[in-house]
Write a protein that binds this ligand. Structure first.
Ligand SMILES: *Cc1c(COP(=O)(O)O)cnc(C)c1O
Ligand code: SF4
Length: 368
């Protein structure tokens, strides 16, 4: 068997052998009573863990950050603050004059989110799209040709973010078709993918996929993945990223801020440093959105900005700096630590650095 076939079989093999029952999970970890209760109570929702991702779980620690992301929790049934029909709320800018297919999410003039599937490699318990992807309470049509037709009729769209679910769950042939069709549209300047597969199924980055995504082209491909914890940064992930970069695909990270998983100083800092070591550029840190059933993952709004202030900004290279954003129904709102300017007068600014030291620079008027 040659290398190519092995890798292709390997990713399909991973999906076919994913963990979806209590019995299979028990082969990997000592299931805690709370996890037991969660699995029972949430059995009607999708859950699935690739053997690769399961191998990152700590068999003896119920607080393992990998376990918390994929094992159903009874807390998903408690919903004090999440908004029902959250996805519909986020899409509420649709009006009569703005008819578009379900697959097209729009909050900006020049770019859209194009949903091409509701399948994922694993089903994250913290997913803000969980009503569609995990709980399957909302049914939408994710028709690729409908989406492409809409995009080709909207010349103001220059940037297409292909999302899901996880778009790399599509076959190489379907991805090739999608990319080719988008590149045929003259006003499309870039294509982006949002995919967790490099993290949860790095075997998906096969030579065949590299042929589909790779190569020099007028319309480049960018990919943002979702690494939430340093334990997820393995040699396999680093290799998958190297394979993507070496065929021409830029790789960034979109972390979701999750209570008890990555909201402490040490984990947050280590994650961002390790991302650079794996050649991944931190892009966004997202506040855990007010979607239903994920209250137990949510931190305060300020927490993300505090973590950047206390661990990254000034403490380490500017390359490790993500932007902290709240994704809302009117777009993503940046919320950055705002403490640098201590005082501004007619004569000067007093500026503060990450060590708490201050300096004074003159307030110089602009010269005509
Ligand atoms: C997140 C998102 C985008 C992309 O936003 P960037 O800030 O450019 O990464 C585009 N459209 C929608 C609807 C989105 O939710
Ligand atoms: S991979 Fe993305 S879309 Fe899929 S469950 Fe996880 S967060 Fe949601």
């Amino acid at each position: 068997m040659n290398h190519t076939n092995y890798q292709i079989e390997n990713w399909k093999h991973q999906l076919q052998n994913s963990i979806r029952t209590r019995e299979e999970l028990a082969k990997w970890i000592h299931i805690s009573p709370e996890e037991e209760a969660g699995i029972q109570a949430l059995s009607h929702t999708r859950w699935s863990i690739t053997p690769y991702y399961a191998s990152l779980m700590d068999p003896d620690d119920p607080n393992c950050p990998i376990r918390k992301q994929v094992i159903p929790s009874i807390h998903e049934k408690e919903n004090r603050y999440g908004m029902d029909d959250y996805l519909m709320f986020k899409e509420n800018r649709r009006d009569e004059a703005d008819i578009r297919p379900d697959a097209i999410g729009r909050q900006y003039k020049d770019r859209i989110a194009f949903t091409v599937t509701d399948r994922c490699g694993i089903y994250c318990r913290h997913c803000f799209r969980k009503e569609v992807v995990v709980d399957q309470e909302i049914q939408l049509r994710f028709d690729v040709d409908e989406g492409i037709a809409w995009i080709s009729e909207h010349p103001e769209i220059r940037d297409v973010l292909i999302t899901g679910g996880d778009p790399l769950m599509l076959s190489d042939d379907k991805l090739e078709y999608l990319i080719r069709k988008l590149r045929e549209i003259p006003h499309i300047e870039m294509i982006r993918f949002g995919s967790r597969l490099p993290v949860v199924l790095p075997q998906r980055i096969t030579p065949g996929l590299k042929r589909v995504l790779g190569g020099f082209h007028r319309v480049p491909i960018w990919l943002n993945t979702q690494v939430n914890h340093p334990k997820e940064i393995t040699p396999q992930l680093a290799h998958a990223v190297y394979d993507l970069l070496s065929c021409g695909v830029n790789v960034g990270n979109q972390m979701v801020l999750l209570k008890g998983i990555n909201d402490d100083d040490a984990t947050f800092k280590k994650l961002h440093l390790k991302l650079l070591q794996a050649r991944i550029r931190p892009y966004y840190v997202f506040y855990c959105e007010p979607a239903p059933g994920i209250d137990h993952f949510r931190t305060s709004v300020e927490r993300g900005a505090e973590l950047i202030r206390d661990n990254l900004r000034g403490h380490t290279t500017g390359l490790a700096q993500p932007m902290y954003v709240l994704a809302t129904n009117i777009g993503k709102i940046p919320l950055m630590p705002d403490y640098y300017i201590q005082e501004k007068t007619e004569e000067h600014y007093i500026l503060k650095n990450h060590r708490g030291e201050t300096t004074t620079i003159p307030n110089i008027p602009e010269v005509e």
